[in-house]
Design a protein. Structure first.
Length: 123
């Protein structure tokens, strides 16, 4: 939790995202939406950041998506700036995920409490 606070103070988006990612429960089904820009959405999971591009198929009424795993250093500066502006939303998503997961895994209860305090401090 201290890493999250320090990375926000230093405005280090890469370290902030690594810290948030390390707190996510061990599941491939859980992710946090960082930012959506048009057809592109940046998503954070335990493995890092993915860029998900969605498009409407030309002849069928279906959406198709393409996921590309990117390194933290490949996140554009404009996206990093928006992440810093909207960090509370990311922490809120993390809080919701961990809150639900802590019902099964009591080890996460302390992290949920600390995260709740952090969110309440920065209102």
């Amino acid at each position: 939790m201290q890493n999250i606070i320090e990375s926000l103070k230093n405005k280090n988006v890469e370290e902030f995202l690594r810290s948030v990612s390390s707190l996510l429960p061990p599941s491939d089904d859980i992710s946090i939406s960082l930012i959506k820009l048009g057809p592109h959405e940046y998503v954070l999971d335990r493995k890092g950041v993915s860029l998900v591009s969605t498009s409407l198929d030309e002849y069928l009424p279906y959406l198709s998506s393409n996921e590309k795993r990117i390194d933290y250093t490949q996140i554009p500066k404009a996206v990093k700036d928006r992440i810093l502006q909207d960090y509370k939303n990311i922490l809120k998503q993390l809080y919701d995920i961990l809150s639900a997961f802590s019902r099964r895994e009591k080890d996460y209860a302390q992290i949920v409490q600390q995260l709740g305090e952090l969110l309440n401090e920065n209102k």
